[in-house]
Design a protein around this ligand. Structure first.
Ligand code: BGC
Ligand code: NOJ
Length: 813
């Protein structure tokens, strides 16, 4: 393989990815913020910020899919004589003497050097604060005194990111700002119904400012050469309508060796209705000033940064592995866990592939994201479960998405995705196993957020199971509804109108025979969990009732869901097979192989082993396992969006990384450690980094949703990075099934599944009020625990019973 160009490297000690060339093959981004205030930031400081909801409360503006890519962000312009440059290289793109971007845990540090001046900016969102800090350090590394002109730049978004992008007849007249001292306030629509404003502040006197975009940039210029900057003269413009921005102008003189810090703050404030104004038309700035006062010196900012770092230390201290394989350890200990937290926070709403206006929090997505971080912040997982369940309908169906700001179901997409209810069980069981907190089952949770409709969360779980049972098709397999996990298998859609969205168009439900084997497998897996939970809480009758339904489902799959070498994928509207050897194209699909092998359906009859072998034979390629094979080569009206994609991309035979772990877990349950590992390593970013950094294109430190499959024009190319269920599934797979540390109601189950070559390793796992240091000796075995000792005493079986305190565990396989 030809030598690949490298754009950066891992720095494990600092938990950073260090980008050393700004011209990455795609913007390589990071996320800032942990709870309410969030930002996306690229390696050239592009991106935007929002409060809670990327659609309804967008703070700064960003243009997607721009030319060039990634335009707009928080830009600092340094004018040194006639040279104008930015620490992050863009937008001026003046060649730098040194460039480095360090993406870390909820922070990014970008450093540029030019002509003896260094500008280093630390970006982060302090914990529990509604602002982004940008600490800029300017250092004169030359032998002579430097007189620099510094301009900051942010562009305000008029709050609702969707209308901001389209309603110009109104927008160009509504923009309003106030300027006071070194703070620029953005108060568009504050005069009417909004009770919030934003501000951009710097902790130094300024010698000028701009707030009107066209005045600052010039109508015929660009971010790369704004008029005001090029001339070195701010216009002191006051925006009225058009496009308000915020730019500070500061003159800085630095003696040789001298260094100066500037703390820039991008903040968000909400006021009570009766405290909105301090004088007619003048916004009440009390809270803004208080926030500024908390972060107006280098010392205060450094302290806030320490707090953030300590917070991440604690989060990453809960599950730690030491295998001696750096590529594995860094993904498990740092990046996979980090990505899980980010996907939990953002669901699928805001990335460089998601505009933040289309999708809120997904019902199934959020439940899956939960398994990725429940060990870190169980209380937030608890809240998330309640929020999600509150969007369920009384018949067990659910809104497919909800908006984080309102927590209301999203009417644009509606419901009818028949896998959705099962995921609530998946999420809730994971939460209880981690925490032992059964009380969540007694929480009163409404339907569709309607006050007065509350029933217990357990009741929600019950109707979730029932929703599947009440919606069975002619083969007693689950009806697929609008779609199952594969949003693009639209079997009841029938669309010839290119102006219709496959996702939202009216479906035909009358007379449908469309059934899903993916939901069948999911139902068996979550059904077994539900049965075990019922037994645990003394609901024996309910356990028995559901066990019967699970058994019936297993029988239905064996009878009507087996194709001879693999599990079928579905039946279409007319009851014809999908994912069968009889089909012309797409003879085999991955989802049903994953779920039915995880469910161990027909294991004794050899179905599981055959299915896993078929995955290797037909789905596996150099870069992972494709979703279906062979790819669809034409649009099939009866199948919908899946066949709309060109071969090898997305749901049409792309490597949809999300579902690779399902098969990997299937392999682990079957005890095939070598196979599990080889599938896993193919989609592990740290392995991908080394193999094909340029081809892959997207960030080498996180998984992406999709890698182009073997039928694609360019196999191996990654897309849709960051926000993907892959994060949580990779974590679940490696932490619980490969390394084999599985939380359970009464303790931790130890059941690794490893490649034969695995060496001894140690997992340190905090669990409730205990901490276990678990030393595992694989002894060349792929699976099977022979003997466990807990603090020197032999344990029966594979579960180490929970007890408070510090423990040492020794495991011989
Ligand atoms: C994509 C899916 C996605 C769906 C919903 C489709 O176009 O291919 O991956 O889940 O849209 O947004
Ligand atoms: C992305 C969606 O977020 C997820 O819910 C879905 O299952 C996959 N696409 C597959 O279609």
């Amino acid at each position: 393989m030809e030598e690949q160009k490298r754009y950066g490297h891992f720095d494990d000690q600092h938990r950073e990815y260090v980008i050393t060339d700004p011209q990455t093959p795609w913007p390589w981004i990071n996320y800032l913020g942990n709870e309410d205030f969030f930002s996306l930031i690229s390696n050239t400081a592009g991106g935007y910020s929002f409060y809670k909801d990327a659609k309804f409360r967008r703070i700064t503006r960003y243009r997607y899919n721009n030319v060039p890519m990634d335009n707009g962000g928080r830009y600092f312009y340094v004018k040194d004589g006639d040279t104008v440059w930015n620490p992050g290289w863009k937008p001026c793109k003046t060649p730098l003497d040194f460039y480095e971007c360090r993406h870390g845990m909820s922070y990014t540090r970008i450093t540029g050097r030019k002509n003896g001046v260094e500008a280093s900016v630390l970006f982060f969102v302090p914990l529990k604060k509604w602002c982004e800090v940008q600490k800029l350090t300017l250092t004169n590394q030359s032998q002579e005194t430097k007189s620099l002109k510094l301009f900051s730049f942010e562009e305000w978004c008029l709050w609702n990111a969707a209308t901001d992008m389209e309603n110009f007849q109104r927008n160009f007249s509504t923009g309003e700002v106030e300027i006071e001292g070194s703070t620029i306030y953005h108060k568009t629509e504050y005069r009417e119904r909004r009770n919030h404003y934003a501000f951009y502040h710097v902790n130094a006197p300024i010698q000028g400012f701009d707030t009107d975009r066209e005045t600052f940039v010039g109508l015929y210029n660009e971010f790369a050469n704004p008029d005001a900057v090029m001339e070195g003269k701010p216009r002191n413009s006051h925006a009225h309508g058009w496009s308000p921005i915020a730019s500070h102008y500061i003159e800085v003189t630095l003696a040789p060796g001298e260094s100066k810090d500037f703390v820039f703050l991008l903040g968000y404030i909400e006021n009570e209705q009766d405290e909105k104004f301090s004088a007619p038309q003048v916004i009440n700035k009390t809270k803004a000033k208080a926030l500024i006062a908390e972060l107006d010196t280098t010392e205060k900012v450094d302290r806030a940064f320490d707090v953030l770092c300590t917070y991440w230390d604690a989060l990453l201290n809960i599950y730690k592995v030491k295998t001696g394989n750096d590529k594995l350890d860094r993904m498990v200990n740092i990046w996979n866990q980090y990505q899980c937290m980010v996907t939990f926070n953002f669901s699928r709403s805001a990335s460089f592939f998601e505009s933040g206006v289309g999708r809120g929090m997904g019902f199934r997505d959020s439940n899956q994201d939960l398994v990725g971080f429940v060990h870190q912040i169980p209380p937030r997982a608890r809240q998330r479960i309640i929020d999600i369940a509150s969007t369920q309908f009384p018949d067990g169906g659910c809104y497919h998405q909800y908006q984080p700001l309102t927590k209301r179901g999203n009417n644009d997409i509606g419901g009818g995705f028949n896998d959705d209810p099962c995921w609530l069980i998946f999420g809730t069981v994971a939460y209880i196993k981690e925490t032992g907190d059964f009380s969540i089952l007694d929480e009163m949770v409404p339907f569709d957020n309607q006050p007065g409709s509350e029933v217990t969360l357990f009741e929600h779980l019950k109707i979730s199971m029932d929703h599947v049972i009440k919606n069975l098709g002619p083969h007693m397999l689950p009806l697929i509804g609008r779609a199952d996990w594969n949003d693009c298998l639209n079997l009841n859609c029938f669309s010839w109108d290119p102006n219709e969205s496959f996702q939202t168009t009216e479906n035909v439900s009358e007379g449908t025979k469309a059934e899903s084997l993916m939901i069948a497998g999911l139902f068996v897996v979550t059904g077994k969990d539900y049965v075990a939970l019922c037994k645990k809480i003394g609901k024996a009758d309910e356990a028995e009732r559901m066990q019967k339904a699970v058994d019936a489902m297993i029988e239905a799959v064996k009878k009507h869901g087996w194709d001879g070498e693999w599990y079928l994928r579905a039946y279409d509207f007319y009851g014809r097979k999908i994912g069968s050897n009889e089909c012309e194209e797409a003879k085999i699909f991955i989802e049903s192989q994953g779920w039915c092998t995880m469910a161990e359906i027909g294991a004794e009859e050899g179905m599981v082993a055959k299915s896993l072998d078929s995955c290797k034979k037909y789905l596996e390629c150099e870069h992972g396992m494709v979703l279906n094979n062979p790819a669809f080569t034409r649009y099939i009206y009866e199948y919908g969006e899946i066949s709309s994609y060109p071969e090898g991309y997305k749901e049409n035979a792309g490597i949809f990384c999300h579902n690779n772990p399902w098969v990997i877990i299937g392999e682990c349950i079957a005890g095939r450690g070598n196979d599990a590992w080889s599938h896993y390593a193919k989609i592990l970013p740290s392995y991908v980094e080394e193999k094909y950094q340029t081809l892959h294109k997207v960030e080498p430190y996180v998984n992406c949703q999709m890698v182009a499959g073997k039928d694609a024009f360019r196999p191996g190319e990654g897309k849709n990075s960051w926000l993907t269920g892959t994060a949580a599934w990779m974590w679940y797979t490696v932490s619980e099934f490969i390394l084999g540390i599985k939380p359970d109601y009464d303790g931790i189950r130890i059941d690794p599944c490893l490649p034969e070559t695995a060496k001894d390793y140690t997992v340190t796992r905090k669990f409730r009020e205990a901490e276990y240091v678990i030393n595992i000796h694989p002894n060349g075995q792929q699976k099977g625990v022979k003997q466990i000792t807990l603090d020197g005493n032999p344990v029966d079986g594979t579960v180490i019973p929970y007890s408070k305190g510090k423990h040492t565990v020794d495991v011989q396989m």
